[in-house]
Structure formats: C-alpha cells, structure tokens
Design a protein around this ligand. Structure first.
Ligand SMILES: [Zn+2]
Length: 179
C-alpha cells in the first residue's frame, strides 16, 4: 500500500503532457495501486496519474460511481479517448483533490462515451451520465493538462491561488511544529 501526496495546484506538474502507456506491466500495475490507495485516502471519486506527479496516461474512477459494487476495485482508464459527448449540458459544482476545499461551477455534457484500456490490458467502452459523465470528463481533462481553474476568470483564479498558498503555508508551519 502506498498513499502518495496529491500534487496541489499551481504545481507545474499538473500541466505536464501525459504519455501513452504501451503495455500494462508491473510498473503500470504499481501506479494503479498507488492511485487507488491515494484516492481512497482522500475520499475522492477519481484520480489522474498527473495528480501523483506521474505522466503516464491513466486515471481511475471509484467503482460504485462506475456502476460496479463498492467492494470491486476502482476502474482504470489507460490511454482514454472521449468518443462522444451529448449536446445536453449539466451545470453543478465540481471539486478536485488538487484544489482542496475549492468548488467551482462547471458546465459539462450530460452524457459521454469513453474508450480506454483496462488494468487487465483489454479495451473497453463505458457510457456515463450525470455525475459519472462529469467525473470521466474531469479526469480526462487532467490528462490533457486542463484544470478547474481554466473554467474561471483571472480574478477568481487569483483568489484561489492565494487561498491554496495559505493552505500550503499552514501545512509547512504544522510540519515544523511536529519536527
Ligand atoms: Zn481533479
């Protein structure tokens, strides 16, 4: 088990280009397990590899949200491809583990269809509606370097930056006190 720290914006690693995975080998499976452990540690619905500072093109989604049982493992999306999005939109608040305690109203398609390779190396397709569509498109955005702050204007972006910097400074003070 390896819970790894989540990369917090404005860390430039969140903007790095992601690289296609050529084969599901032991190191890809290890990354998948780290993503799962780290997502559960933060109570997230999904997590993308760039959020752990790894550029391999992969994200995971919490099993219940993906239509499985909660005892199933999270679903891995390796080299995902968004095949379709609906014209119909949904508009609600969205959070992100790389933006702790920040929620932003984001308009997204109501439905989407995504193709990816699973952790078993087999290709699959999934259709998502509502929150699942939102989650799939949010995680896919991560792999193209697109982030929540890209949906807001420069003023709000500056406010978010200040808030997250305060969080970071508070954490740094805390570490010092513990040391
Ligand atoms: Zn996110």
């Amino acid at each position: 088990m390896a819970v790894r720290p989540v990369v917090i914006w404005p860390d430039p690693r969140l903007r790095e280009p992601s690289v296609a995975v050529t084969a599901v080998d032991d190191s890809v499976r290890a990354l998948y397990r780290d993503l799962c452990d780290s997502m559960y540690a933060e109570n997230g619905l999904g997590m993308a590899s760039l959020q752990l500072g790894d550029t391999r093109k992969m994200f995971i989604v919490e099993p219940k949200l993906a239509g499985l049982s909660e005892t199933d493992p999270p679903v891995a999306f390796i080299n995902p491809e968004v095949l379709e999005v609906s014209d119909e939109l949904q508009d609600s608040e969205e959070g992100c583990l790389s933006f702790p305690d920040i929620y932003i109203k984001v308009k997204r398609p109501m439905r989407t269809r995504v193709r990816a390779m699973g952790i078993d190396g087999k290709m699959f397709e999934i259709e998502g509606e509502g929150l699942l569509a939102r989650c799939l498109l949010h995680e896919n955005d991560h792999l193209t370097g697109k982030l929540l702050v890209d949906f807001v204007g420069p003023l709000k972006r500056q406010m978010i930056k200040k808030k997250l910097q305060r969080v970071k400074e508070a954490e740094a003070d805390g570490d010092e006190a513990e040391a």
